[in-house]
Design a protein around this ligand. Structure first.
Ligand code: GSH
Length: 317
């Protein structure tokens, strides 16, 4: 079908290691969404919309699999990094563990946001003020499930949901993995010897306009408990087969072989990094096949099919 072809790369392609490493840097990549589990979907939606200013983007119930997803964020999924909440029927609480750090939200006035959160009965775990050993004004709050959100004071930004912080046991190993296996850029690295940690910001574009993965290394800590609450980050790709190959070439572990999802045109592959953090790579355009419902989506696909088959059409003439 047109949908299946729209993302390109419909069959497994075997490429050499050098070619694969070059390809990953040219692939159209973006952080799409971060997936995690919550015990009460309505409570979380209420908190994110009323206290954090997110919008509910869509909700889907999969009764056969006994779960419901809700997507929330600060803008449409085709241009913004968003959260994907998973509610599993009957599961009211999860273990967050010690490895997951926080989600970062850029706000223009941290103190004002904290006041609002307090007024709505939210939990503030760290009052607004300059970060220890630095200048930026931050605060920490907790959502109904205990997921931490770092509020970071910044000017207006197109991407307020700006960080996912995960703790790693070996920072250089993690940086190397996300550079080579995922084609990310090391945007910033900062050592804080006074508080015995080093952070590395990694992503697909500058921090003020793109969501980033913040990796934290605490001196001497090589392992964390990952709990069962946080799930994964989804990243776009034009070719899930090549993605899996490059991940393998760089020592990543494929947990889901590349291929189509049953019933829909999306193709995915999943892997874990050297610390065991999971990433899902998904065929971007096909992932947004719900766009088909509007005329822009239809026009895009017709144009794409036409352009893809232009040589064939010429031969017919
Ligand atoms: N031990 C910390 C952890 O694992 O979370 C290291 C990371 C860290 O301290 N990050 C800074 C922080 O949370 C933000 S970049 N500071 C706490 C504060 O300023 O109160």
């Amino acid at each position: 079908s047109a949908g299946a072809e729209a993302g390109g790369g419909s069959a497994a392609q075997v490429v050499g290691p050098e070619e694969a490493m070059e390809w990953v840097k040219k692939d159209r990549r973006r952080l799409l969404h971060v997936v995690y589990r919550v015990g009460d979907l309505d409570k979380t939606i209420k908190f994110y919309t009323e206290c954090l200013g997110m919008k509910l983007l869509r909700k889907r119930d999969i009764p056969e699999e006994r779960y419901t997803n809700a997507f929330l964020g600060y803008g449409p999924e085709d241009s913004h990094f968003v959260v994907e909440l998973t509610y599993n029927y009957g599961v009211e609480s999860y273990d967050i563990g010690t490895g997951f750090g926080h989600f970062g939200i850029a706000v223009e006035d941290v103190a004002k946001t904290v006041d609002l959160i307090k007024a709505k009965g939210g939990t503030v775990t760290r009052e607004p003020g300059p970060v220890k050993g630095g200048k930026s004004v931050i605060a920490f709050i907790e959502d109904p499930d205990g997921y931490k959100f770092e509020l970071i004071e910044r000017g207006p930004t197109p991407e307020p949901l700006c960080q996912v912080m995960l703790r790693v046991g070996d920072l250089d190993r993690a940086i190397n993995f996300y550079e080579k296996a995922f084609g990310m850029e090391l945007l910033r690295k900062r050592d804080n010897p006074q508080y015995k940690y080093t952070i590395a910001m990694m992503g697909y574009g500058p921090e003020d306009k793109n969501a980033v993965l913040e990796l934290t290394y605490n001196y001497g800590i090589t392992e964390y408990d990952k709990g069962n609450a946080y799930a994964q980050i989804a990243i776009s790709t034009d070719d899930v087969y090549k993605t899996a190959e490059v991940v393998r070439l760089n020592g990543g572990h494929i947990t889901r072989e590349p291929g189509p999802l049953p019933g829909i045109n999306t193709k995915i592959t999943a892997c874990t990094d050297p610390d065991g953090w999971k990433t899902v790579s998904a065929n971007f355009f096909v992932l947004f096949s719900f766009l088909l419902r509007d005329w822009m989506g239809v026009m895009y696909l017709l144009l794409k099919v036409f352009v893809d088959n232009i040589d064939f059409l010429k031969e017919l003439e």
